[in-house]
Each structure stands twice: as C-alpha cells, then as structure tokens.
Design a protein around this ligand. Structure first.
Ligand SMILES: Cc1cc2nc3c(=O)[nH]c(=O)nc-3n(C[C@H](O)[C@H](O)[C@H](O)COP(=O)(O)O)c2cc1C
Length: 258
C-alpha cells in the first residue's frame, strides 16, 4: 500500500485511536483507587477543618484519629450501631428507597428531593467527653448542590465551624462560600432559640450587630443572593425537624446528664 493512499491514512488514524483509547482507559482504571483515596482524604480534611482541628503540616489520617464516625437514624435521632462504615455510601443510599426517603415539596426547603434515613456524623471527644458534633449538610444553590460540614459544640447549638467542600457556584460570586473569612463569621452563632426553633439566618446584606437577633445571623454574599439563600435553606432544613434536630436534642440531654 502506498504511503499516500487513503487506505493507509485511515489505517494509521484507526491504530492511533485504538492505542490512545487503550492508554486513556488503562490510566483511568489504574488511577481510580488513587482518586478514591484522595477523595476520602479530602473529605477527612474538610471534617477536620469544620471542627477546627486541621493543623498545617500534620498528617490528616493521624489527626482524623481524634474523630469518631457514627451513624444516626434521622427519624429517631438515635445512634444506629449496626451500620458497617466500610459499606456506607450516601450516593447509593439515596438511590435506594429502603435506605432513603422522598422529601415532600413543602418540606424540601433545601431542594434536595431525597434524604438518607441514616446519616454519617462525626464526633470529637476529649477524655471521653463530647466536644464537637460535625454534621454533613447539603442543599441547592443557584447552579449546583452545595455540600458542607457544619460543626456544633456539645450543646448542639453553638456553631464551631462551617466548611464547604463541593459545589458548582460561580467563582467570585456564589463561589465565595469557600472564602474562609465568610465561613468564619458563622463561628459562635446560635442555630436555635431556647425552644429549639431554628433561628439561623443568612441575610441579604450585613448583620446589624447591635440587635439581639445578630447572634443567629450571618452576612450574605453581595451579588450572590441566590447562593446565600440556598445556604440559609440548607442549614434550616438539616437543623429542622426533618433533619438533625431530634439527634441534637438527644445529644444535649445526654451531655447535660453526663
Ligand atoms: C454569569 C453569572 C453568574 C452568576 N453566578 C451566581 C452565583 O453563583 N450565585 C448567585 O447567587 N448569583 C449569581 N449570579 C447572579 C444572579 O443571577 C443574581 O443576580 C444574584 O443572585 C442576585 O444577587 P444580589 O441581589 O446580591 O445582587 C450570577 C450572574 C451571572 C450573570
């Protein structure tokens, strides 16, 4: 076959395609376990960050030994001790009716459609005494579902940290939810009032710090009111009666009784 023939050109192009696709798929398969490890590490990193336990230069796996992973039945607010942490997978649970429930449109303020029946939560204990509870929370922003960890003190009310780890909001606008100084303003805010009504609020604009309700409020992001509203709604959903409220009430009872 002559070098310039159509047949040879097609053959070389076809061979090149086959070789490249083999290389790409081999790389994808080979790198998958590494990607999974990195994803798990990134999650741990963010749990530690929310809890205020992340230390520059320290090994994340080592620091994560301070965190106890537990499972909570959202309906009863009790721990479920039967779950195997290795088998637990939120995405798979959300796709299975036995492991997750549909949220009615009236209740679905976070716009997430379904929620798991059993949630993975994280506890920090010092000398056996509970110090921090870290909750996974998520809800719809403008463009994407935003995922975060919300860390509360053992009263189940005072925010210790708030850290977003996955979203698709616009950098510089809604993407400012990643800004550490914006996240920091949530510290020490109270999510409930004395009667366990969910009070946390993210305002359009700035908080008036002279008003007593400022203890429940955070500044919104300018030019990103829709993302900000999504953050407020996801917090309210997950702290509400369909979210972790019962669990947090149980935790406080146990903490005060201990
Ligand atoms: C390209 C583009 C990207 C935007 N991204 C976001 C975003 O990530 N989050 C958001 O709330 N608003 C975003 N907006 C703005 C919204 O459309 C809307 O104007 C804004 O949320 C209103 O906020 P404001 O009342 O604080 O101005 C974007 C607008 C444009 C044109």
């Amino acid at each position: 076959m002559a070098n310039e023939s159509i047949g040879k050109t097609i053959l070389v192009a076809a061979l090149l395609c086959i070789v490249c696709s083999i290389l790409v798929s081999t790389a994808a398969v080979k790198l998958k376990p590494l990607q999974e490890i990195n994803k798990a590490l990134f999650k741990k990193n963010n749990i530690l960050k929310a809890a205020g336990l992340l230390e520059e230069g320290k090994d994340v796996e080592e620091l994560f030994k301070n965190i106890e992973v537990k499972y909570v039945d959202i309906d009863t607010g009790d721990f479920n001790e039967t779950i195997n942490s290795k088998a637990y997978n939120v995405k798979a649970a959300l796709a299975r009716p036995g492991l997750s429930v549909a949220i009615s449109p009236e209740a679905d303020i976070a716009n997430i459609k379904r929620r798991v029946k059993t949630a993975e939560v994280y506890l920090v204990k010092v000398d056996g005494k509970l110090k921090t509870i870290i909750l996974p929370v998520y809800g719809k922003g403008l463009w994407s579902t935003m995922y975060a960890f919300l860390a509360l003190e053992s009263d189940g009310n005072t925010i210790k940290g708030f850290s977003f780890y996955d979203h698709g909001e616009t950098p510089g606008l809604g993407g400012e939810i990643d800004n550490p100084s914006w996240q920091k303003q949530f510290q020490d805010k109270l999510v409930y009032d004395e009667d366990w009504n969910v009070m946390i609020n993210v305002l359009k604009g700035k908080v008036n710090r002279d008003k007593p309700e400022a203890i429940h409020q955070a500044d919104g992001l300018s030019g990103a009111t829709l993302t900000t509203t999504g953050v407020k709604n996801m917090m309210r959903y997950w702290l509400g009666k369909d979210g972790f409220k019962k669990f947090l009430q149980n935790v406080r009872k146990q903490d005060q009784g201990a």
